[in-house]
Design a protein around this ligand. Structure first.
Ligand SMILES: NC(=O)c1ccc[n+]([C@@H]2O[C@H](COP(=O)([O-])OP(=O)(O)OC[C@H]3O[C@@H](n4cnc5c(N)ncnc54)[C@H](OP(=O)(O)O)[C@@H]3O)[C@@H](O)[C@H]2O)c1
Length: 323
């Protein structure tokens, strides 16, 4: 038996219940993993509340790193004892779990379990957003919302590694200092400042090439006013609530804009897709171009407290749950 946080009903953080679960042996194409570190992500909240529907009951969590302790039939590229990380398949909030082998990536020696679990989902997301959703170029300017958050910090540093100009927003002056510390050219406190007016001023009225918006409901529409003519709105999350576009013509009115709503599931279609992203991420971490801020660590047993802090905007950078 292993300890795992199971969600039996959608709802608040209290719906995360620590239970004894029998994870069994790995089946065809599967690995059994002993988690050493588990990454907290906002998607864990959406799945817990039911905003993203997952069949009940389920074990929460989408990211982790640990050791392969058993290998199922048909697995040829992993062996017992391998250090791996994964992102995507639900079931991470557990001491041990079963994982499809094609969702695992091997860890380079220089990457600790903690750094991997704090960065793989968020960093693979930053990779696809900056390379595949839009191939960001050094002469472009982007706006990154929630730039002091887990994904926002990696996205900002990666965009700077590409050479682009980055304007980041965050919900306090202290968080804005963090945003600047990650290399952003400008940071805006969007609680106290009008970010649309500031972006217009900072871009000489032209607007940015791309907005990366994981905040959603409260930032989506004003962000359209931050874009250049034919700019791209990348709405990749909904921390403040989901987005709807009541009238498509708004994109015409605001300058023939493009909008996309990408997900990891749409971009990481094969094992190789994830490995390409992980290789690029771990390489930049090893080179020191991306620093992974593990700003909060909780014992796995305190996952409920971790969810409360994330939803209350009390966290910065990445958060780990340690089994
Ligand atoms: N589509 C994808 O493939 C993908 C993959 C990874 C992440 N995401 C999305 O990216 C976003 C960031 O994820 P993350 O896990 O890295 O979380 P995070 O950024 O560490 O935390 C969320 C941040 O959003 C900001 N926020 C603004 N309004 C909020 C509200 N009403 N409630 C809570 N937070 C609010 C807060 O920062 P401030 O206080 O600075 O505003 C908060 O710290 C999420 O929307 C997530 O779903 C999408």
């Amino acid at each position: 038996m292993t300890k795992a946080f199971v969600v039996r009903e959608y709802g608040g953080p209290e719906q995360l219940r620590l239970e004894d679960v029998d994870v069994g042996a790995p089946g065809q194409g599967q690995l059994k993993i002993r988690n050493r570190a588990i990454g907290l992500n906002f998607v864990d909240v959406y799945q817990r509340t039911g905003l993203y529907k997952t069949s009940l009951p389920f074990t929460a969590g989408n990211e982790g790193a640990g050791d392969v302790v058993a290998v199922g039939p048909g697995v040829t590229d992993f062996a017992v004892g391998d250090r791996i990380a994964y992102q995507g398949p639900i079931g991470a909030y557990a001491e041990e779990r079963i994982l499809p082998a094609d969702k695992a990536v091997r860890l380079p020696l220089a990457i600790s379990y903690e750094v991997a679990a704090a960065s793989l989902l968020k960093g693979a997301t930053a990779f696809y957003l900056l390379h595949w959703t839009h191939a960001l170029k050094a002469d472009e300017t982007i706006l990154v919302h929630a730039a002091a958050g887990g994904t926002g910090q990696i996205l900002t540093q990666w965009a700077k590694a590409i050479g682009a100009r980055v304007i980041g927003t965050a919900g306090s002056d202290e968080k804005c200092n963090t945003v600047r510390g990650n290399g952003a050219d400008l940071a805006i406190n969007y609680k106290s400042d009008d970010f649309v007016a500031r972006v217009k001023e900072l871009t000489g009225g032209r607007g940015v090439d791309v907005v990366y918006d994981g905040v959603g409901a409260v930032t989506f529409e004003p962000s359209l006013d931050c874009l250049k003519v034919r700019g791209l709105m990348v709405s990749f999350g909904n921390a403040s609530g989901p987005v709807s576009i009541p009238r498509l013509g708004i994109l015409a009115d605001k300058g023939s804009l493009y909008v996309t709503r990408p997900t990891g599931a749409g971009y990481f279609r094969t094992a190789n897709d994830l490995r390409v992203a992980a290789d690029a991420l771990f390489n930049l971490i090893e080179l020191g171009r991306i620093k992974v801020a593990i700003d909060q660590t909780w014992p796995l047993a305190q996952a409920v407290e971790a969810h409360r802090a994330l939803e209350a905007r009390q966290t910065t950078g990445s958060t780990l749950l340690l089994p």
